[in-house]
Design a protein around this ligand. Structure first.
Ligand code: ACM
Ligand code: ZN
Length: 552
């Protein structure tokens, strides 16, 4: 219903200066709109902004792209034309307009923060950057009736937005999700869809696990066999039903890869949604697909296969062979050129060192470099990878194990099995993704017979929601070293995007709130209340998710 009274307009005019709820008494108390993640501060007022055929978007230069993005979304949902006008230094909203502006931004605004004011006459989103405007837009979309987000909602659901004032900014700069595209392959269009789903939750990084024993998924121009051989395997693997995926080549083999041109398209799509694609190239272990293509880079010479028969030798590169580092330098060089973000993830987890122990070249390397253990040989490998990345103006991220044998100089640790406190105390940045709270491939229920087969474990929604990324044992002065957290979807047992969505949601809604919202406002009961409404948004968007939130 429309409450566009002069009294309310008047009350809105003073909204910038005074908190209406307490001073004017005009606002109606009520439940705050159910945003996920919950904003830092939200006040609701009487009245609504009603989108109509004359509604338009005005954006300053910095907000032009996000203005177009919002227009696209609103056209789909309302059927109205929603024209966009770019206007330098746009400051004041005209009647019936949505203004996106970076001028006169809220004084204490962080790079990703925003202020959103919905009044009966107009909507204003202010931010200091386009990223902030984009997050303001996500909140605005969540203020629409959930069903209005569905394609084809036009004419069926009134596109109204309650009058609110929101001031918001994220708690952590890194809010991530990992998708393993190596164990099972997801197409370019599926990745774009997933990016949209993440952006709706204000996630800003998508780590793509691009290489592993079972698949190499990114074109490297200098080493064509990586994708000719490494991107394909005989079967879907992991005893899955061959019909649970459609990613088969013309010859019937399972797999696929992204050309560099396709990856550029994915990166640009993600970037327009303020998501950085973080590439992960596994080394020195989990290298089976690369070694199937280039077995001379291993200690034993192979053969290796992406079909990984039981009893296969550990798939590790040979750091005794200088040719390995030529390969790593070339691959990381192309990757650094392709991906614009500041980081490249080099994996570094679960390295089986048996081959190194038995390899004459590895042992000679250890003597020559005065390395006492194979852990130190691993550290030598990671340090060389770091030098290559730094020379390409990139920073290295690696899993917990890169601490073994000594941590590379400027490395960022992604903690999955510990080491955060030690790494942060030693002056390294840390991203939290522990198996206790962040493994979204684990079961969501104890009643596993009603669930699709998973790798094991048990991480119900409430467990994710209870996660505190800053370890209690970390001294306060090192706490800023914790950049944020990430939910990981490993896909050994997940071959379709629909199944990825089922494992992701609503657990990533919880992790989005953990990484975005102030710790003090975290409240499980309130989250579940909001989630009842939020899942109607997921329904409207056609996102597959697991129902039933209460299991502990
Ligand atoms: C991992 O789950 N092996 C990082
Ligand atoms: Zn070797």
């Amino acid at each position: 219903m429309k409450h566009n009274t002069p009294l309310l307009s008047l009350c809105w005019n003073v909204a910038l200066a005074v908190p209406l709820l307490t001073i004017s008494g005009l606002a109606v108390p009520g439940e705050s709109p159910s945003l996920v993640p919950r904003p830092q501060k939200i006040e609701q007022f009487d009245g609504t902004f009603v989108l109509g055929p004359k509604t338009r978007i005005v954006a300053d230069k910095a907000g032009a792209a996000t203005g177009e993005y919002l227009a696209e979304r609103l056209r789909k949902t309302t059927g109205f034309p929603v024209p966009v006008r770019t206007q330098a230094n746009a400051r004041k909203p005209a009647r019936n307009s949505i203004l996106l502006t970076t001028s006169q931004s809220w004084p204490v605004m962080s790079a990703e923060g925003y202020q959103l004011e919905v009044a009966p006459r107009s909507v204003v989103i202010r931010a200091s950057s386009d990223a902030g405007l984009f997050y303001g837009v996500q909140s605005l979309l969540q203020l629409l009736p959930p069903e209005a987000l569905a394609p084809g909602a036009a004419g069926k659901v009134p596109p109204t937005v309650p009058c609110v004032r929101i001031e918001d900014a994220p708690r952590f700069p890194y809010r991530g999700a990992l998708l393993d595209v190596a164990r099972h392959f997801f197409t370019k269009d599926e990745l774009k869809r997933y990016v949209d789903e993440l952006a709706f939750h204000k996630i800003n990084t998508l780590q793509l696990h691009l290489t592993d024993d079972q698949g190499w998924r990114i074109e490297i121009k200098k080493y064509p066999r990586l994708t000719e051989i490494g991107a394909w395997r005989k079967s879907i693997g992991f005893n899955l039903d061959p019909k649970s995926s459609r990613t088969y080549g013309a010859d019937g083999r399972y797999g696929g890869f992204y050309t560099q041109a396709e990856m550029r398209e994915i990166i640009a799509y993600a970037r327009s949604r303020h998501i950085t694609i973080l590439p992960e190239l596994e080394m020195p272990g989990h290298a089976g697909a690369a070694l199937a293509a280039y077995p001379q880079l291993s200690c034993l010479g192979g053969p290796y296969s992406t079909d990984t028969p039981a009893g296969s030798p550990p798939a590790v590169y040979c750091p005794g062979n200088e040719e390995t580092f030529t390969f790593i330098r070339d691959v990381l060089g192309e990757i650094s050129q392709l991906f614009p973000g500041p980081y490249v993830h080099i994996g570094g987890d679960e390295v089986n060192k048996d081959n190194w122990h038995n390899c004459a070249r590895c042992q000679a390397r250890m003597r020559q470099e005065n390395l006492k253990t194979e852990h130190e040989l691993q550290s030598y490998f990671v340090r060389r990878a770091e030098k290559i990345l730094n020379a390409n103006a990139k920073r290295l991220i690696g899993w917990s194990e890169i601490r073994e044998g000594g941590l590379a100089q400027n490395a960022t640790v992604m903690d999955w099995i510990g080491g955060a406190v030690e790494a942060a105390t030693a002056g390294h940045d840390v991203i939290m993704t522990p198996t206790t709270h962040c493994y979204l491939d684990y079961y969501q229920s104890r009643n596993t017979t009603n669930e699709p087969v998973a790798i094991g474990g048990f991480i119900p929604l409430q467990m994710v929601y209870s996660f505190e990324p800053v370890p209690a044992a970390l001294e306060p002065k090192y706490r800023p070293r914790i950049l944020g957290a990430q939910g990981n979807v490993w896909t050994e047992f997940i071959a379709s995007l629909q199944h990825v969505e089922y494992m992701t949601f609503p657990r990533l809604c919880a992790l989005a709130e953990v990484t975005w919202s102030p710790q003090a406002t975290r409240n499980w009961d309130d989250f579940v209340r909001r989630l009842q409404i939020h899942t109607r948004r997921l329904d409207a968007l056609g996102i597959h998710y697991r129902q039933g939130f209460s299991e502990k």
